[in-house]
Design a protein around this ligand. Structure first.
Ligand SMILES: [Zn+2]
Length: 156
């Protein structure tokens, strides 16, 4: 979608419906309406909520902060307005890991990045290594619980 003063209702409907379909396939809870999307988009102030880049008259995407595969909900609270680069770089990464990466790459942290780092009590990529350490070291670390997929298992 393109970020413009006038957000096209049909495009919003279509985007919401695509997100709802993906959520249904992932058996995620929550359902989004076009007005949920419009509210989130306007709240972003036209800036990528991850890196802070200006999006006005540019393409942007809506990203599930906790991915649907990691049991994130398909709700407005779990949506971030993202530039295509951030959305691609984040992929299926845990939001805390991506927030730590972003905070190293960009001098000014966005409200979303600050909120996530605060939530997970992380200030630097040192802590992010908790999410990336090799499997062999996981057993001994024992600092967090992981589910059967091997992904970190945190509550949002
Ligand atoms: Zn970005």
């Amino acid at each position: 979608m393109k970020y413009q003063d006038h957000l096209d209702s049909a495009a919003l409907e279509q985007y919401a419906s695509a997100l709802n379909t993906r959520a249904k396939q992932a058996r995620a809870s929550g359902r989004l309406s076009a007005s949920d999307l419009r509210d989130r988009i306007l709240e972003s102030g036209g800036l990528c909520e991850w890196c802070g880049r200006g999006l006005v008259n540019d393409a942007f995407e809506l990203d599930h902060i906790i991915s649907l595969k990691q049991r994130g909900a398909n709700t407005a609270e779990n949506l971030a307005v993202a530039c295509p680069d951030c959305n691609r770089q984040k992929g299926q990464k845990h939001p805390a890991r991506f927030a730590a990466e972003i905070s190293l790459a960009t001098p000014r942290k966005t409200a979303l990045v600050k909120r996530i780092l605060r939530h997970y009590a992380m200030e630097s990529l040192e802590q992010a290594s908790l999410f990336t350490e090799p499997a062999s070291q996981r057993e001994s670390a024992g600092k967090d619980s992981r589910d059967s997929t091997g992904e970190p298992h945190y509550r949002w």
